[in-house]
Design a protein around this ligand. Structure first.
Ligand SMILES: [Zn+2]
Length: 435
């Protein structure tokens, strides 16, 4: 069973992979040769790897990047940073967890090839008050893991760089991480199988669709499960005799005081929902949008950040309606998991919806050794997207509020999953379980 997930994951989780369809398609469409160095189906040959290393070392990739991406904003997404030997490695999910030294190498790489921006810089760009410089890059983290303070902050300070951490308000101070991530870990390590997932899916959601062979079952539960009542979850797990062996080890999630410490050290704080449920599935979208704004704003207010007005979509999932609700709730920047660079016009963003490139440890540091050529190929050749300005209604809305904070009003939750979902990444195609 674990091999099945492993196979599925290699497709699902390769957001910044050289082998990503977006990248390959972009390279093909632009005539760029670097993206064509990898293919989706075949492992990269030794010759291709050697060629890529050589191209990087010769500075060709860097030159290509300087020309091709001079008018783009790159946003990279991390989740966890752990030191070798940290007990939290025992249950960490490898795609989204980097060794401390790999992250150090990433930051050095970013400084070499980009102008690292702050969240305020990006806000100024969308407000058209200050342009972003050429080849800007924003460093982001999702979820609110305590290791962001333990290991990422010291390295960010060492390199004198800023970052933005998107936090789910319900996990603040939690000893355990989300039960759905423990479930994902148990599944990836083969401790539970598809049959148990099928039973759990039926008990939790009443879904009869999809049998034990449905590879989307795990993602369905991971995306929809966080908002469920804990007693309901425990009852279902108990009935199926599933023991997740929830491991606390060191505390997993950031506390109130730790978030304040991050904010005091020039780390911007953004929202990542209330429960971490994918918004198209959430039973109360308004609460998912408003709760983190209120809870986190109180924490960072004393440290120079006056509002929480950037949001990263849970699991990268959203609909046009959710975008409208998020803007109406006061968010000015909305980060997705779409593997794309944002094209700037004279240094300004035209649309508040911004793609991000997930940094997958397995690809940039196979065998634990950082591969700058792999990261360079993935980032430098990623698809570029010039999103049009929001439609008229949104433009009118933006003009009214000047893309600034507005009072949060109760809204009707949007559960139109199947209807106008345009950017929802479904099932085995590409779902990010932790963003
Ligand atoms: Zn997340």
């Amino acid at each position: 069973m674990s091999s099945k997930l492993s196979s599925m994951s290699s497709t699902n989780l390769s957001f910044i992979s050289l082998e990503s369809g977006d990248t390959a398609a972009q390279a093909k469409s632009t005539g760029a040769g670097f993206g064509a160095l990898g293919t989706r189906s075949a492992p990269m040959s030794i010759v291709r790897e050697a060629a890529r290393r050589l191209i990087y070392r010769m500075g060709v990739l860097s030159l290509y990047h300087r020309v091709r991406n001079r008018r783009t904003l790159t946003v990279v997404a991390f989740h966890r940073i752990l030191r070798r030997g940290d007990p939290r490695w025992e249950t960490a999910l490898p795609p989204w967890t980097l060794f401390e030294d790999t992250f150090d190498d990433c930051l050095e790489f970013f400084k070499r090839h980009y102008k690292v921006a702050t969240l305020d810089d990006v806000k100024a760009s969308i407000k058209a008050t200050r342009p972003l410089p050429s080849r800007s890059l924003l460093v982001t983290f999702d979820d609110g893991f305590a290791d962001n303070l333990n290991y990422a902050l010291p390295l960010l300070r060492k390199h004198r760089l800023s970052a933005t951490i998107f936090i789910s308000s319900n996990v603040v101070g939690c000893e355990e991480r989300l039960w759905t991530e423990d479930l994902l870990w148990a599944f990836t390590t083969g401790q539970i199988g598809q049959r148990e997932l099928c039973g759990l899916n039926t008990l939790l959601f009443g879904d009869k669709a999809g049998g034990p062979d449905d590879p989307n079952l795990i993602w369905n539960i991971v995306r929809r499960g966080p908002e469920l009542d804990q007693a309901q979850v425990h009852a279902a797990l108990s009935k199926l005799q599933i023991d997740l062996h929830r491991i606390v080890l060191q505390r997993q999630m950031l506390t109130h005081d730790e978030i304040a410490e991050l904010a005091a050290n020039a780390i911007s704080i953004g929202a990542h929902g209330k429960t971490h449920t994918a918004l198209p599935f959430a039973s109360d979208v308004a609460a998912e949008l408003s709760s983190p704004r209120a809870a986190l704003a109180d924490i960072v207010a004393a440290h120079g950040q006056h509002s929480i007005d950037a949001l990263s979509f849970l699991h990268g999932a959203y609909t046009p309606n959710i975008v409208e609700q998020a803007l109406a709730a006061g968010y000015t920047l909305l980060f997705t998991s779409e593997t794309e660079l944002s094209v700037l016009k004279n240094g300004f963003l035209s649309n508040p919806v911004i793609g991000r490139l997930d940094v997958d440890d397995r690809r940039i540091a196979p065998a634990g050794k950082f591969r700058p050529d792999v990261l360079a190929t993935s980032l430098f050749t990623a698809a570029r997207r010039a999103r049009p300005a929001p439609h008229r209604a949104l433009r009118d809305h933006d003009r009214r509020i000047g893309l600034r904070e507005v009072p949060i009003a109760p809204q009707t939750g949007d559960q139109g999953v199947g209807g106008r979902t345009v950017c929802y990444r479904s099932g085995a195609e590409s779902i990010d379980a932790t963003t």
